[in-house]
Design a protein around this ligand. Structure first.
Ligand SMILES: Cc1cc2nc3c(=O)[nH]c(=O)nc-3n(C[C@H](O)[C@H](O)[C@H](O)COP(=O)(O)OP(=O)(O)OC[C@H]3O[C@@H](n4cnc5c(N)ncnc54)[C@H](O)[C@@H]3O)c2cc1C
Length: 376
């Protein structure tokens, strides 16, 4: 499907959003639901919640690599905002791809204008890495499906209106019995958690919710048992690459800031950058940045071309998240006390890198994936 926007138009809209809605003062915590709703509405106005959504559903039909590029740029300023925008766009994309248009049109236009916010819920208090162990239960009834259970650590859950919820339809059946449903926060049986989760990636609006006798109508079954697990893994594969791209963005911006600071700050009669010991730390970061960026581009290109990308995606995420984990604290340190100022993103990026190593497959899960390909 050809994109209805050129790369130059995407960059223009992206920079418009950054100029309008990503001022450093607006990126400081704590999480303010009203402020984040407004920010997501501006993102939607720039087309950022409809990047991959097909034109016949009101989106732009852009290739995956455009989404990765947008994720990278947004995360250079704030990982949490990037996650919030991309996760809402993913919901619009999933609904338009997998539901009949008459059903998906109940939510997709709202997600594209930012009137609605979406999120995807797999994780539960007792099931994270082991997704097949989820216990949120879906029982088929005359009206549809009755859902019971709890989800936790879900991006956008503090404000979202539309939740894609994975649930077990046949306890004991593992992956085979998992299905996915569209859940509306405004309906009976949905209760949002009021717990504050973490200040890491605070603007991702991460939270949780409970379903108690929530009824999803038959048409609100997004993925049936037998298909849901496979489709979730496909989505997670894509997510690995944009999370890696986000790490590239955070590293790139932090290196840029440290480079500039090294030119203007002097110690012992010369600029920081003139001290060999100081600049080598930046050179180390530059090496891994280049390598991470190349891996992300290869993986994104493989997704664009529809060729198998699981191995590349896992390698890109493992490498980029670890590069961010390793170099961001070093770049922060290289700026002395100055790096800790709230006007810079470095401290937020350090915490966000930790989040990046967990979401959409922790480093250990990626190593397992890569091992599988080694056939050992
Ligand atoms: C800010 C944030 C946002 C998130 N957003 C979402 C979201 O939108 N939707 C969603 O569904 N989930 C989301 N998650 C959840 C995320 O996907 C999980 O944190 C992740 O799957 C890991 O699960 P866990 O935290 O329960 O860790 P666990 O599964 O309990 O694992 C704990 C540690 O043990 C390691 N480990 C586990 N099993 C093995 C093994 N077999 N071998 C070696 N090591 C192992 C893990 O890698 C990890 O380091 C989010 C998490 C965070 C922090």
């Amino acid at each position: 499907m050809p994109s209805t926007r050129s790369l130059a138009q995407w960059v223009e809209q992206l920079e418009r959003f950054c100029a309008q809605a990503m001022h450093p003062d607006s990126l400081l915590g704590p999480y303010d639901a009203a402020r984040e709703r407004k920010r997501l509405a501006v993102a939607a106005g720039c087309g950022l919640t409809g990047i991959q959504v097909a034109p016949e559903h009101g989106g732009f039909g852009a290739p995956y690599s455009i989404k990765a590029l947008i994720a990278q740029r947004l995360a250079s300023l704030d990982f949490g905002v990037s996650m919030a925008v991309i996760n809402s766009q993913n919901v619009a994309d999933d609904l338009s791809q997998w539901l009949p248009i008459a059903v998906s049109q109940r939510w997709v236009p709202g997600l594209l204008t930012g009137d609605l916010i979406g999120c995807t819920a797999l994780t539960e208090p007792a099931a994270g890495s082991d997704f097949s162990a989820i216990t949120t239960h879906a029982v088929q009834t005359a009206e549809g499906w009755r859902l019971q259970g709890e989800k936790t650590w879900i991006i956008n859950a503090q404000v979202a209106d539309i939740f894609l919820v994975y649930a077990q339809t046949e306890p004991g059946s593992g992956a085979a019995g998992i299905a996915a449903f569209v859940v509306e926060a405004k309906r009976e049986g949905f209760e949002r958690s009021i717990e504050t989760f973490t200040s890491a990636a605070a603007l991702s609006g991460t939270g949780g919710f409970r379903l108690q006798g929530y009824v999803a109508q038959t048409g609100e079954l997004l993925h049936p048992p037998g298909l849901a697990f496979k489709r979730a893994l496909e989505s997670i594969n894509g997510a690995r690459v944009y999370v890696a791209a986000m790490c590239v963005g955070m590293l790139q911006e932090s290196l840029r800031i440290a480079q500039a600071y090294g030119q203007r700050r002097a110690t012992f009669g010369q600029a920081l950058a003139q001290h060999q010991g100081w600049r080598w730390a930046l050179a180390e970061a530059a090496i891994d940045l280049e390598a991470a960026s190349a891996l992300v581009q290869r993986a994104a290109q493989a997704i664009d071309e529809g060729i198998p990308s699981q191995d590349l995606a896992a390698k890109a995420k493992a490498f980029a998240t670890r590069a961010a984990q390793r170099h961001l604290p070093v770049l922060l340190h290289a700026m002395g006390a100055e790096g800790l100022r709230d006007r810079y993103p470095l401290l937020r990026h350090v915490a966000a890198a930790q989040v990046a190593t967990l979401v959409d497959g922790s480093t250990e899960m990626l190593l397992e994936r890569i091992s599988k390909n080694l056939k050992i």
